[in-house]
Design a protein around this ligand. Structure first.
Ligand SMILES: Cc1ncc(C[n+]2csc(CCOP(=O)(O)OP(=O)(O)O)c2C)c(N)n1
Ligand SMILES: [Mg+2]
Length: 680
């Protein structure tokens, strides 16, 4: 159903600073229209919440209008990038979505832009580069940097706007992203919305008294200034307009500390008991709306202002009326939408630089796949720490920098969270990044970006996030607990992430192509001990997508044995030994794809053998084997002849000394002993 037509004055969603020179009264009148609409819409939403018609909670933008409206009107909505916060509801109205859609989001009905899957104000318009917010403060800044950089790489003169509060300014992501944007010269305007409070915490408890947040700009070699957005709105338009023009022209980031007001509490339920006596009155005394209204009345006359207000009030009510009866959402498509659909890419039928198969180890096979991707896919960007001249900690990216240069093979600073958020931004805008983590263990620094931001993107916004995350993992190399872990259970227990774990050079080559063409975040687990364990023939394989399925390595009838990663090789040796010594044979499977799990062939095998062995290097408790055994046995319970056997590492941090690590991990001898005992 179409939305009620907006008042004519709202069809103009832009302003230029020089309009205040030529037509100051009319220009302010237009700004006032948006400011008034924003205020009454936020107030009405609060009222609807109090009437029980809106769930969750409501964080209004009352007091932010003097910043967000000028900025959203000044932005080039065809090119620029923004992530609005929980204080910028009015920004959504200007950037793209209409008021009914906005209200649908709050009512969480079938017309909600997030399909009612995300909470109030967590919507966006990713197609128009207004990024759907995640709650985690600071986390969206790097996404803005990524989309803005992607725009620039495509030759579009974009500026990014990254908003955050005085509280959010304390997060590590803010530091990481400002440093990254400055380093890469990404034209992002970082806008601090300083409203003196973070929930109940005053700025005096947030940072050292006397701190001027805008001065932090100097530490990042960028320009910064403070801007009062509560008094002189034409001045705000001029200052912001000049800043945007400069950032667009110079491609240098900038930091603006905007003074705004929190006229209401943190959210609908907040009673503001923590405010000092008179403080709230002080905020209201600085409210720009009555002042702007008085100026507009002086310029265009009270009658026009009153008529405009009446028209906007009626429009709001018409939109509420239109939105309210919209049907409730259904659960249709929820599970399917966890992942974005993917389609195969058209690859040249060759390895890289020739059709002949080559003898490669896994590191070389991955290198060949990266070279092939960078050669054939102009949207590919490889990034990570020390991956350029140095070729990466494990030399997987060796020589790629020489061949493709810095725009395609990018050394990143030591900032996993912002760099992953930046990669997410690239992915959202048509690039396809492949990020190397120096060790899988350091991916925990980017947990929010991986598991809550990238992984949930399609479900909550409909936008695809094609991102490959390469995680060198696993132990056995005496690297200690921070460089040896298997983290598949940690990451893959979250919905929206796919996972591949190749164990051979050919599978490693295939896995990277399969992961690359997928429209979702895919983690490729790369066991460090396998990188250089022998070479084998690697060729272009038209069936490379088969890595999403398990591969059967041995045929047998005593038991079904499932494993992956380095343990595949150990299992093969153990199989051979057990066949020779006990005359027992096994259906042995290399799982290859850990998410989504494709277990049909393994289920059929278990139905036949009635016995199950699961072997993995990760820890036992909450380990990946728990899920495998549950899935396989719940379908085949009646066929079981014995309790399943689960072989995993001990429930310890990975110990350092070789003797201790040997005790910690499954070894061939231990596996044989466990199976022999189990066989009885
Ligand atoms: C990383 C993180 N920690 C805690 C929260 C819970 N939280 C939501 S808003 C908020 C206060 C934010 O203050 P500020 O950044 O100043 O923004 P304001 O609400 O004042 O505009 C907090 C603590 C969160 N969303 N993200
Ligand atoms: Mg604040």
């Amino acid at each position: 159903m179409a939305s009620p037509p907006p008042p004519a004055i709202l069809t103009q969603r832009n302003v230029r600073p020089d309009e205040f020179d030529t037509a100051p009264g009319e220009t302010l009148f237009r700004l006032y229209a948006w400011m008034h609409l924003a205020r009454i819409a936020d107030n009405r939403i609060l009222e609807l919440f109090r009437q029980g018609l809106i769930r969750g909670t409501v964080t209004g933008g009352q007091g932010n209008e003097g910043l967000t409206i000028p900025l959203a009107l000044l932005a080039d909505k065809q090119n620029d990038v923004v992530s609005f916060t929980h204080r910028d509801s009015c920004g959504h109205l200007i950037w793209g979505s209409d008021l009914v859609e906005h209200l649908n989001q709050y009512f969480a009905n079938a017309g909600s832009p997030t399909k009612a899957r995300e909470g109030n104000i967590h919507h966006g318009d990713p197609k128009n580069r207004s990024l759907p917010m995640i709650s985690h403060l600071g986390a969206m800044l790097s996404n803005v940097a990524g989309v803005t950089d992607s725009q620039r790489r495509f030759g579009r003169p974009a500026v990014g706007f990254a908003f955050f509060g005085d509280g959010g300014s304390s997060t590590g992501d803010v530091h990481e992203t400002m440093n990254l944007a400055s380093l890469l010269s990404i034209p992002v305007i970082f806008v601090i919305q300083n409203n003196a409070y973070a929930y109940s915490t005053p700025t005096a408890e947030q940072f050292c008294a006397g701190t001027a947040l805008w001065k932090r700009a100097a530490g990042y070699e960028m320009e910064g200034f403070a801007l009062d957005c509560t008094t002189d709105i034409p001045n705000v338009v001029r200052k912001l307009g000049a800043a945007i023009e400069k950032v667009r022209r110079t491609s240098r980031p900038m930091l603006i500390e905007a003074q705004v007001l929190r006229l209401r509490g943190h959210a609908a339920y907040d009673t503001c008991d923590y405010l000092r006596p008179g403080e709230s009155e002080g905020f209201f005394a600085r409210d720009p709306l009555p002042r702007v209204r008085a100026d507009v009345v002086a310029a265009v006359g009270a009658a026009r202002v009153e008529a405009l207000e009446a028209e906007l009030n009626a429009y709001l009510e018409a939109c509420v009326k239109r939105s309210l009866p919209t049907p409730r959402p259904t659960a249709d498509g929820m599970e399917a939408d966890v992942f974005a659909p993917s389609a195969p890419l058209a690859w040249r039928p060759e390895l890289t630089g020739g059709a002949a198969p080559q003898q490669l180890n896994i590191a070389q096979a991955l290198n060949a796949a990266l070279r092939k991707i960078l050669t054939e896919r102009p949207e590919a960007i490889v990034l990570g720490q020390d991956i350029a001249t140095y070729g990466g900690a494990f030399k997987v990216t060796e020589n790629l920098f020489k061949e493709f240069g810095r725009t395609r093979v990018l050394n990143t600073p030591l900032a996993e969270s912002a760099c992953t958020g930046y990669a997410i931004g690239l992915a959202l805008n048509g690039h396809r990044p492949i990020e190397e983590f120096q060790f899988a263990d350091f991916a925990t620094e980017a947990t929010t970006q991986i598991t809550l931001n990238a992984a949930t993107m399609h479900f909550r916004s409909g936008a695809a996030c094609p991102l490959v995350l390469r995680l060198p993992c696993g132990g056995g190399l005496t690297f200690g607990s921070f460089h040896s872990q298997e983290l598949e259970s940690l990451f893959l227990s979250m919905p929206g992430i796919k996972g591949l774990y190749p164990s051979t050079p050919q599978d490693a080559f295939n896995a990277l192509l399969a992961a690359y063409e997928d429209n979702n975040p895919v983690i490729v687990f790369e066991h460090k001990a396998l990188y250089r364990r022998g070479r084998s023939s690697v060729a272009w394989d038209p069936h490379y997508r088969d890595v999403w399925q398990p591969r059967k390595l041995r045929d047998g009838d005593f038991a079904t044995w499932v494993t992956y990663g380095e343990m595949v090789h150990l299992a093969e040796e153990a199989c051979d030994y057990l066949a020779g010594e006990y005359e027992h044979s096994f259906d042995l499977y290399d799982l290859r794809a850990l998410a989504p799990l494709r277990l049909d062939a393994i289920q059929a095998s278990l139905a036949r053998t009635g016995r199950l062995i699961v072997l993995h290097e990760g820890r036992r408790t909450h380990g990946f084997g728990a899920e495998l055994i549950a899935r396989l046995t719940e379908e085949n319970f009646a066929a079981l002849k014995a309790a399943p056997l689960r072989i995993a590492s001990l429930d310890l941090p990975v110990p350092f000394a070789p003797e201790l690590e040997h005790e910690f991990r499954p070894t061939k001898e231990k596996v044989i002993d466990r199976i022999a005992a189990w066989m009885g």
